[in-house]
Design a binder for this molecule. Structure first.
Ligand SMILES: [Zn+2]
Length: 700
């Protein structure tokens, strides 16, 4: 955007100069084509502003002197950028869908309310009233008071347990700046939106927001009007950001999802490695480390890496009184059919919907979703292998009730805040108790009764063991890994991508832990490595042991949870170090209240599904993407054109995703029933669009 604005300003100067003579300046022609090229590189969200800028040049361009020697570039050469090509439009569609998945759609529409800065006392109750609340949840008051007193803290609370209030109140209290770092853009955007709409002096910067918006936000940080800035961790690599915050005194740095700094952990983010240095550079403000998932070991690592000084530690709020917990165990042949039968029977009860079913693999999500669709439920699969527009449309359909069963991998849910989910299911044992509780906790956010159910079988454990084995590293491989890095390096320095492979990531972490290498984040999620020395064998052996032990600890914890007879709620609270007594509002769990009247017994359930039918469904689910040819491809383009009109300026995925249009073009349904069988078509689509689509098909 900056490039575009600079080009436009330069061109304006040239045009003004040209207008004083009566000859065309070839530099203006060159400037025009540069501007058009800059336009093509702009992200979709910047194009509206760029359009305004180029429109302001229109008059000057139309008033240009006539060209001589037939050098006229022609009337089609206007300063208004060319309409985007078909391919660019498609990229825009996927980009819009990606923004929606990040929770960044519609952010520009936040109503500009008059800012109201807090001038009252730096006192917890007064601040609570200022944001319109009348009571603290457990742990919040202590956390707020610690930050106001300048004491570091470590807050371990579940997602949705009220961590954000702990830093928001001290942030709003003082005219100094509070920086909130979070990798979860959707959750950050949600918090920012709520505070900004209420008129609090809060800003946010994130990739995808657009250059103009980012500049405005940073201006308000620099001029002192913002009290809280939300940002993602990679911002600490941006000069504009560092310049803006250097103009302020920072009195609180709140680091959300602080466990991401742990290289052992599954959520490791290299950008978090920058944060300890940021703490020092900001003049050592008070630090509040927040997380939902830290085990004792990870908590210790977070404390030492961030250099927290005698922090207040709060672990609380892990109980979810309105949730009941059930584990159903399945053994032997027919396990899958019985699991499907239980799930179908439970989900057919409207009291258990909307529902999320978590699966361990993409294939399972497709198969289970197809089986539930076959049973007449509005189910859709969701995993990271689907195109962004398909994921965005599925998410939207779930949020609006057009689909009420989502069968997903753990890729689903980061940005989804649907309060009325009535049940969350785990098709198989997940990799850790942390993952289980985080996902199960997406049920019943509205406080009404909701269920979490785990469908466990011993055979699931094999997958988890394989997973640990794959991540296992031996000391020799760490030493040879460092030697390979050294061989590739230039005088000990090199840059590489953040390893996708778990084993490589753990090798890197161990090499860093024993001092053999230094790791720094680099541009674009990459890492800068400095090789110091060969890893010490004994130290490396010890570090490898710790890494493997952590994997087995997680395994043993989740195995115990799945197969023990003890109260599930008590086990979960103990796991997170929350010693408060569980206080279920209704049924507690299958251990406390074995009467699972709400579900049939897994051992005796009648499986009505015929093998033949599920086989046919399965092959359909596993079918590869359809390749359209000839008439179908033409029809697909006509459907896309129809979709653009039907979207009325909204993103394309809000009507239908590409996969849905592809299937319509290929199968040409002739009535509403056949249309409703198509992937991604729900009652809302039928109601709004069935007659248009069927008309279009009958004309084709
Ligand atoms: Zn219980």
């Amino acid at each position: 955007m900056l490039e575009f604005e600079a080009n436009a300003a330069r061109l304006r100067g040239l045009l003004t100069a040209e207008a004083k003579g009566d000859e065309r300046d070839p530099e203006v022609d060159a400037g025009l084509s540069e501007l058009r090229a800059a336009w093509k590189r702009l992200p979709a969200e910047d194009r509206a502003l760029a359009g305004e800028i180029s429109a302001s040049l229109k008059e000057l361009v139309e008033g240009r002197p006539a060209a001589q020697n037939g050098n006229d570039p022609g009337p089609e050469e206007s300063p208004l950028p060319e309409p985007p090509t078909e391919a660019e439009l498609r990229m825009d569609e996927q980009r819009e869908a990606r923004l929606a998945l990040q929770g960044l759609d519609g952010l520009t529409k936040v109503a500009a309310t008059e800012t109201r800065s807090y001038n009252g006392p730096a006192e917890a109750n007064a601040l609570l009233a200022h944001v319109g609340l009348d009571s603290f949840r457990p742990g919040q008051r202590e956390a707020v008071e610690a930050a106001l007193a300048g004491r570091d803290s470590m807050i371990v609370m579940p997602t949705g347990g009220g961590k954000s209030l702990c830093y928001q109140l001290p942030g709003l209290a003082s005219p100094e700046l509070t920086i909130v770092v979070s990798p979860l853009i959707a959750l950050m955007a949600d918090q920012w939106r709520k505070l900004a709409e209420a008129g609090h002096p809060v800003e946010m910067v994130a990739s995808g927001l657009g250059a103009a918006r980012t500049r405005e936000a940073l201006n308000r940080v620099g001029d002192g009007s913002a009290r809280i800035i939300y940002c993602s961790p990679e911002r600490f690599g941006s000069t504009a950001f560092l310049d803006a915050i250097s103009q302020r005194d920072v009195d609180l740095l709140a680091i959300d999802e602080a466990h991401c700094i742990s290289e052992w952990g599954h959520d490791f983010r290299p950008d978090y490695l920058r944060l300890p240095k940021a703490v020092a550079r900001l003049g050592r403000p008070t630090v509040m480390a927040c997380t939902a998932t830290a085990t004792a070991e990870v908590a210790e690592e977070v404390r030492s890496r961030l250099g927290l000084e005698s922090p207040l530690e709060i672990r609380s709020g892990f109980d979810r009184p309105n949730l009941s917990f059930d584990t159903l165990t399945f053994e032997g042949t027919g396990t899958k059919a019985r699991k499907l039968a239980i799930l179908e029977q439970a989900l057919k009860d409207a009291a258990n919907r909307p529902a999320i079913v978590y699966c361990g693999t993409r294939r399972d999500t497709e198969e289970v979703a197809e089986a539930m669709r076959g049973a007449g439920l509005l189910a859709a699969p969701y995993h990271a292998g689907l195109a962004p527009d398909e994921r965005a449309s599925t998410q939207l359909r779930f949020m609006t009730g057009d689909a009420d069963v989502i069968v997903a991998t753990n890729a689903f849910g980061m940005g989804v805040d649907k309060a009325n989910v009535r049940s969350v299911w785990h098709w198989a044992i997940p990799s850790s108790v942390e993952a289980y509780y985080q996902e199960a906790g997406r049920a019943g956010r509205d406080g009404a009764p909701a269920r979490a159910a785990l469908l466990a079988s011993r055979s699931d454990l094999g997958r988890l063991v394989r997973f640990i084995e794959q991540r296992k590293v031996d000391p020799t491989s760490v030493i040879s890994y460092v030697e390979r890095l050294n061989a590739r390096s230039d005088h000990g320095a090199l840059e590489l991508d953040n390893p996708r492979d778990d084993a490589d990531r753990i090798r890197l972490a161990i090499a860093e832990r024993v001092g053999a290498i230094d790791v720094e984040p680099a541009i674009g999620g990459r890492l800068t490595i400095t090789v110091n020395r060969r890893p010490d064998r004994a130290e490396t052996e010890a570090a490898c042991r710790i890494a493997t032990d952590r994997g087995w600890q997680a395994y043993r914890a989740v195995e115990k949870y799945a197969f023990s007879e003890a109260c599930r709620r008590r086990q979960l609270l103990d796991h997170f170090g929350d010693s408060t007594p569980g206080a279920p509002e209704g049924r507690c769990c299958d251990a406390c209240d074995p009467d699972t009247a709400w579900l049939p017994d897994p051992e005796t359930i009648t499986v009505t599904r015929s093998g033949k039918r599920s086989k046919a469904k399965k092959s359909k689910a596993a079918a590869p993407a359809i390749d359209l040819a000839g008439a179908d491809a033409e029809l697909f383009e006509r459907l896309r054109a129809w979709r653009t009109a039907a979207a009325k300026g909204k993103p394309a995925y809000t009507v239908a995703n590409d996969r849905t249009l592809t299937e319509i073009a290929a199968s040409r349904p002739s009535d509403e029933g056949a249309l409703a069988d198509i992937h991604g078509v729900g009652p809302a689509f039928i109601k709004r669009h069935a007659s248009d689509v069927l008309n279009l098909l009958s004309e084709a």
